[in-house]
Design a protein around this ligand. Sequence first.
Ligand SMILES: Cc1cc2nc3c(=O)[nH]c(=O)nc-3n(C[C@H](O)[C@H](O)[C@H](O)COP(=O)(O)OP(=O)(O)OC[C@H]3O[C@@H](n4cnc5c(N)ncnc54)[C@H](O)[C@@H]3O)c2cc1C
Ligand code: FES
Length: 277
Amino acid sequence: MQVVKNIYKPVTADILEVIDETPTIKTFVVRPRQPIGFQAGEFMEVTVPGVGEAPFTPSSSPNVKETIDFTIMKVGRVTEAIHRMRKGDTVGVRGPLGKGYPLDAWKGKEICIVGGGVGGAPLRALFLALTERLDDFKKILYCYGARTPKDIVYKKQIMEEWPKIDPKKVEIRLTVDEGDETWKGNVGVVTTVVRDLGLDLASSVAVVCGPPIMMKFATFKLLELGYPESSIYLSMEKNMSCGVGKCGHCMLGEYMVCQDGPVLTYDLIKDKPGIWD
Ligand SMILES: Cc1cc2nc3c(=O)[nH]c(=O)nc-3n(C[C@H](O)[C@H](O)[C@H](O)COP(=O)(O)OP(=O)(O)OC[C@H]3O[C@@H](n4cnc5c(N)ncnc54)[C@H](O)[C@@H]3O)c2cc1C
Ligand code: FES
């Protein structure tokens, strides 16, 4: 008899560590009691027992098999409940769901990553997946913007560790909307560092993830620089419920973001109503 996997049933996961990233964002390192693999950009439904579930994209490397990191911003009921959880508590994890970034199709290319705020979560999984097989790619340019220096997620990694990976092939550009006395870097929204890319656009793809308004202006900037619409990959965040193409909550035109996405190229969705909502 064929055993059918229950797509709605979460796997219990133990919280091993809680890391304060910013005043509103924490990273939860969890160990699922059954192994769950994923590709960068795919998402999972995380359940807080007695409260509900919400979609999150793992922020750790897909090559780490035992544990998964979720980087979560506190915005409402489920995320507030998760933020109250501690080491030793358990959550449910259902997934992986959707389609992630097509790394194999990008072999030999230059990758320009543009992110903001908690959009840094899927982008960290992507950045780690790319840099862990750096020979496959020509260059990785990571542009990230936060509101203030205190709002930069993975600050130590981004500022100290990532620039050392391979300075010939990996470049990090950071910016904040508002600096403070400690900040010596660029001040301005993320599009202010998306310029003079030094990339050959014909062999380059761009990836954008962040708050909708940032995604909109970053996409327009990339188009202005000459990126073809089909080379701009967006991580779409739509209201989700089932996460598996059954309920229709996540429709974007004819696409179900939970199944056809969340990673979709701009040419496919540019005319869909509510693309930037
Ligand atoms: C595919 C996918 C991947 C995601 N990955 C991540 C991730 O890695 N990390 C992460 O922190 N979030 C991520 N999100 C967003 C996350 O799912 C929502 O923040 C979460 O569902 C909110 O649930 P809640 O019950 O806490 O808020 P609710 O009680 O449902 O909402 C409270 C209020 O917050 C607003 N709100 C909801 N979401 C957001 C948001 N993202 N930003 C600002 N305001 C919001 C709502 O409009 C509402 O007004 C992802 C969403 C999708 C669809
Ligand atoms: S969330 Fe139910 S169809 Fe996408």
